[in-house]
Write a protein that binds this ligand. Structure first.
Ligand SMILES: CCCCCCCCCCC/C=C/C(=O)SCCNC(=O)CCNC(=O)[C@H](O)C(C)(C)COP(=O)(O)OP(=O)(O)OC[C@H]1O[C@@H](n2cnc3c(N)ncnc32)[C@H](O)[C@@H]1OP(=O)(O)O
Length: 243
């Protein structure tokens, strides 16, 4: 799957819905045993959740948007397929969540590309299931420090922390992703799938059990004037940085 929503592959309601439907179709296709996720937008894997979806909208819209974010994660993290992220650009916040939800992460070895859960820098808080996914990849201590500081890690640092599994030159990224996919697909599906479920079930079940409460929390949080102000200021900063 190649993300192609310029300029930055931000995860809008439309993008998330299309991504989830795409995953569902592949999941239901018995001929498809694995998926490599990458980007067709130069230098950007995904800029994370579309901030405009969280600014100045109705309570109903926030609810619909958050359900779509949850749905995407439940499908990807809970997928029976082998999932490989070929991270060919920067990948903050929700973009990082997508990579973390895959079975294996390969990143282009460009120190200008960074990845991490930087929510704290926006004055917002990564929800518990973003945190759980992060902890399951890098461990508690690294996740705690990185989350509190809202760190975006340049590719070499991300590899040192275990946030990505390996770095390769950008031109070799897809070749490497295909080789990793072949290695994982060489195992019998049922054994690999049951193992994956065993490792991920508790974290998936936690969101499923608290899904409606999580939506309510999101709506309450994002509707606060202080949070709206932080998000507006962040968007202004992005625009100013450009000019
Ligand atoms: C008590 C607990 C309760 C918990 C309840 C839940 C709380 C809420 C949790 C929400 C979790 C949020 C997750 C997220 O994903 S938030 C998004 C975080 N993303 C970022 O911080 C990335 C921001 N973008 C960038 O840093 C750069 O754009 C990037 C490095 C990705 C690319 O840089 P580049 O220079 O190539 O491009 P520009 O900066 O010029 O951007 C081009 C245009 O795109 C707009 N843009 C960028 N990112 C976003 C985005 N995420 N959403 C919307 N729009 C975005 C940018 O403004 C430019 O627009 P213009 O061309 O119009 O200026």
């Amino acid at each position: 799957m190649k993300f192609k929503s310029p300029p930055v592959n931000s995860l809008s309601l439309e993008f998330l819905t299309e991504f989830s439907i795409g995953l569902e179709k592949l999941e239901n296709n018995r001929a498809c045993r694995g998926v490599i996720i990458t980007s067709a937008v130069p230098k950007i894997f995904s800029s994370g959740l579309d901030i405009t979806e969280m600014c100045g909208k109705s309570v109903e819209h926030y609810g619909e948007f958050w359900r779509a974010v949850q749905e995407m994660w439940l499908r990807l993290y809970g997928s029976n397929m082998v999932t490989v992220a070929a991270v060919n650009g920067s990948s903050p916040a929700g973009g990082c969540l997508i990579a973390l939800s895959c079975d294996y992460r390969i990143m282009a070895e460009n120190p200008k590309f960074s990845i991490g859960l930087n929510e704290a820098q926006l004055g917002i808080v990564a929800p518990f299931w973003f945190k759980d996914t992060f902890v399951n990849v890098v461990g508690h201590r690294i996740a705690e420090r990185s989350l509190q500081l809202g760190s975006l890690h340049p590719a070499p640092e991300a590899q040192r922390l275990g946030l990505v599994d390996e770095l390769v030159p950008e031109e070799k990224l897809m070749e490497k992703a295909a080789a990793v996919m072949a290695q994982w697909l060489a195992l019998p599906d049922h054994a690999r799938q049951l193992t994956k479920t065993m490792m991920r079930k508790a974290v998936l079940d936690r969101l499923v059990a608290h899904r409606e409460e999580d939506i309510k929390n999101f709506i309450t949080f994002v509707s606060k004037e202080s949070i709206q102000k932080s998000l507006r200021m962040y968007m202004e900063m992005l625009k100013k940085r450009k000019s």
